[in-house]
Design a protein around this ligand. Structure first.
Ligand SMILES: [Zn+2]
Length: 390
């Protein structure tokens, strides 16, 4: 495909790949190439973006300054500059082609349609806690999305800190756009069956995680805590882990409340010898346990980053071996009014780790309360309680 120079960003050359999914960014200075997840040159060129804003009235600087993950900024930028490879854009570029929206199969897939007017997208915008009527948003051009995200009009007389509300609005908009685009790609490339409830739950948990991460400077990636943290009041946190001992695999789950009090701890075997699959199985099992226990608001923590990443962004690069468990976990998540997934470092998952390691010596399946914890697990629990209060 022929490279074309995009005039809005003078110092970049944008090449749409044949797959239609990757934007390569070449720096004119050294000609190096980055894929769409890379952000160095985008950040490097913020001054150029400022020059753009001076003459086209678009707050590019506001976009790059947002405290959201760089991948969301790149997606918004692609939407705003109109280069996102929707079917309409690809057909225009190629001269012909299927333009039907993959989500509703009723209208042409333009940028405005896929993100704001499509029935599926509208349901996603409206279905989450913020209940946005996306078809009421009006645009004279794709660039208007930047001003809606960076300078949302807020109701007068609100009690909440305006800056914080603006940040949360930006996060909500950015992640909603990302979830819609990922869903669309999943439908096109993987024949994904749309599950609106699961999509909306996933969206809410990602928004919540991003909002929470703002309170912890420098941790926008994922909250990689090193000590166990208590969940908010009303939420039950379940830490999970898996361990392999003498060619057998074991899973453990530990449920605690906002005070760090133990509600229950469980252990059992799993048939999966692959550590990653066993960890994914443990997450699903924890969700089933929570359902049986009739917990309403839960937070699942695992130290298996690949499993949590797959849950937080299930449409992107999810390893095939855990895809079934990832889908099952997202389906189970729908049962809860709040369900979040977090990756934590092993030190913050100490109690579940201790439970999984001792599981081989227990009569399985095993379930216990605070009073009947195995000694090594009790020690781990007391350590968490001590660190919580210190
Ligand atoms: Zn549609």
């Amino acid at each position: 495909m022929r490279p074309r120079l995009y005039s809005g960003i003078p110092s970049f050359r944008i090449i749409l790949s044949q797959s239609g999914c990757v934007v390569h960014i070449h720096s004119k200075r050294n000609g190096r190439c980055l894929n769409r997840w890379s952000t160095f040159y985008v950040q490097e060129d913020r001054s150029a973006q400022g020059q753009v804003s001076a003459h086209d009235g678009v707050n590019w600087n506001g976009l790059w300054k947002l405290r959201i993950h760089e991948r969301y900024k790149v997606l918004i930028w692609r939407i705003a500059t109109g280069i996102l490879p929707t079917k309409v854009n690809l057909a225009l570029k190629l001269g012909s082609g299927d333009t039907l929206c993959p989500l509703c199969s009723e209208y042409d897939e333009s940028i405005e349609h896929i993100f704001f007017h499509c029935a599926i997208s509208r349901a996603i915008w409206f279905g989450n806690s913020w209940a946005v009527y996306s078809n009421h948003l009006t645009f004279s051009s794709c660039k208007d999305i930047i001003n809606i995200i960076c300078d949302p009009s807020l109701p007068s007389g609100m009690s909440m800190d305006g800056k914080m509300l603006k940040e949360q609005t930006a996060i909500q908009f950015a992640i909603t756009l990302d979830v819609i685009w990922n869903l669309r790609n999943q439908v096109i490339h993987n024949d994904h069956k749309i599950n609106l409830m699961a999509t909306i739950k996933l969206l809410e948990s990602r928004i919540m995680e991003h909002v929470l991460s703002l309170k912890e400077p420098g941790s926008l990636e994922v909250r990689g805590c090193v000590v166990w943290e208590a969940p908010p009041i009303g939420v039950i946190k379940i830490n999970v882990d898996a361990a392999i001992y003498l060619d057998k695999s074991f899973m453990a789950a530990v449920a605690r409340d906002y005070k760090g009090e133990l509600i229950k701890a469980w252990a059992k075997t799993t048939v999966y010898k692959d550590p990653t699959i066993a960890e994914a199985d443990a997450i699903c099992w924890a969700l089933e346990l929570a359902k049986t226990e009739k917990f309403e608001k839960i937070s699942i923590e695992s130290d298996a980053k690949v499993c949590v990443d797959a849950l937080l962004s299930p449409t992107d690069d999810c390893p095939w071996k855990i895809r079934t468990f990832t889908s099952l976990a997202l389906e189970l998540a729908v049962y809860f009014s709040v369900c979040s997934f977090y990756w934590v470092k092993r030190d913050a998952n100490h109690m579940a780790d201790a439970m999984a390691k001792v599981a081989h010596s227990l009569c399985l399946p095993f379930c216990c309360s605070q009073e009947t914890l195995p000694p090594s697990v009790k020690e781990a629990w007391l350590r968490d309680v001590f660190l919580l209060s210190s």
